[in-house]
Every structure is written in C-alpha cells, then in structure tokens.
Design a protein around this ligand. Structure first.
Ligand SMILES: Cc1cc2nc3c(=O)[nH]c(=O)nc-3n(C[C@H](O)[C@H](O)[C@H](O)COP(=O)(O)O)c2cc1C
Length: 200
C-alpha cells in the first residue's frame, strides 16, 4: 500500500475502540489475563448477548482461551475514585507476559462461573463461553455467549487516552519497546518481513 493510503488507514481506524478491556481466562488450573482494545459486543439480540475479543497468537493468553473456551471481559473505571485501581490492573496485565510468571496474584480476584478469575477492582465484567473463533494468521478473533455479568462499582468507563497519560511516559515507552517483538511475530505469521528491533 502506498504511504498516503497507509496514513489514511491509520487515521480511519485510530480510536475506534477507545475502551481498554481487561481479559482473564483459565486453562486447567493456570489463570492469566491481558489488556486489549479489541473487546466489544457481537450480537444484536438483547436477551442473548455475545461478545468478541481479538488476541494475538504471540500472547500467552491466546492458546489458553483456544484450549479452555472461556474468557471474561472487564471494563475499568476512570476518574479520581477508580483510576488508581484501574492503572494497577493495566500495569499488572500488560506490563509483561504470563509466560514469565503469575500476573494475577497482585490483584483482588474471585473465581467466576466459568472458572476464570473476576477482577474485583474492575467496574464490571461479562463472562463468556466461546461459540466461534476466526483464525487470522497473526491473531484469533473469539466470539462467546455471555453466561454471567455484573456491575461491581459505580462510575464511568476508563478511556485509553486517560489511562495512557496517567500511566506515564516511562511505562508507556517500556510497553512500546516490549511490544515490538509482538508486532514482528505478527508480521512473520502474515508472511511479512520482520523489522530490526531497536535496542536504545
Ligand atoms: C492499550 C493496550 C491494548 C492492547 N490490545 C491488545 C489486543 O487487542 N490483543 C492482544 O492480544 N493484545 C493486546 N495488548 C497487548 C497485551 O495486553 C500484552 O501483550 C500482554 O502482556 C499479553 O499478556 P500474556 O502474554 O500474558 O497473554 C494490548 C495492550 C495495551 C496496553
């Protein structure tokens, strides 16, 4: 694609999913979670809701959801009362991979009806059982029936802009650096060339 089209594509798609969603899952006895910007509704039937999330194959959570067929989507709270707890969840779940050790121990949780952990400091959650999944080389888009849902706290949803400024430059720079390997893995899975990873 030419540079103008790439720029136009980035403009059109940026910000379409402004709500960070914390996803948890369980596979056997192992629990894990990650942060996504890909959570959303996946049905127009109000009495039988479905939800969707896209998880890259590079992430530890990907194969866990593929095997177990369960995932829980949480929205986080914004504003002075809930921002601190929400940032702690983002730092814990997006700061590193579950491959390198448990990430949920530092967070307040209880076990949901699917067995996946519920994050008690989230604003609310839906638990889902996978009904379908679409393999896209670099990621899988999962769709699931909502089997349980609850609002845990009052308040408005955290938006990624508020989170990104509050996380601070140091954290976001580190995140972007760590993310390069993930993007390269996605390139390779799509048959594209990996780029050199910066070391500064
Ligand atoms: C704002 C934000 C949005 C993200 N969106 C996604 C996403 O949609 N899908 C995904 O697989 N990872 C996404 N990530 C990256 C994962 O949260 C991150 O790679 C995490 O460490 C993966 O953990 P895991 O290896 O334990 O599964 C996002 C991270 C951030 C901070």
């Amino acid at each position: 694609m030419n540079p103008n089209s790439l720029e136009a594509s980035a403009f059109v798609t940026a910000g379409l999913h402004p709500v960070p969603v914390a996803v948890t899952t369980i596979d056997g006895t192992r629990t894990n979670g990650l942060i996504t910007l890909s959570g959303g509704p996946a049905s127009v039937v109000p009495e039988a809701p479905r939800v969707t999330v896209s998880i890259t194959k590079y992430n530890f959570s990907h194969d866990m959801v593929l095997r177990s067929g369960v995932f829980t989507l949480h929205v986080l709270g914004g504003g002075p009362e809930r921002l601190g707890a929400s940032l702690a969840i983002i730092r814990a779940l997006a700061g590193r991979s579950g491959r390198d050790g448990d990430k949920l121990g530092a967070l307040r949780t209880r076990t949901g009806v699917t067995g996946a952990p519920v994050l008690l400091d989230a604003l609310g959650y839906v638990e889902a059982r996978v009904t379908g999944s679409l393999d896209n080389d670099e990621n899988t888009i999962f769709v699931g029936d909502v089997v349980s849902a609850e609002r845990l706290h009052r308040g408005s949803k955290l938006l990624i802009g508020e989170a990104w400024s509050a996380l601070g430059r140091k954290w976001t720079d580190e995140y972007e650096d760590n993310h390069e390997a993930q993007i390269n893995h996605c390139r390779v899975m799509r048959g594209l060339e990996a780029t050199a990873i910066s070391t500064d």
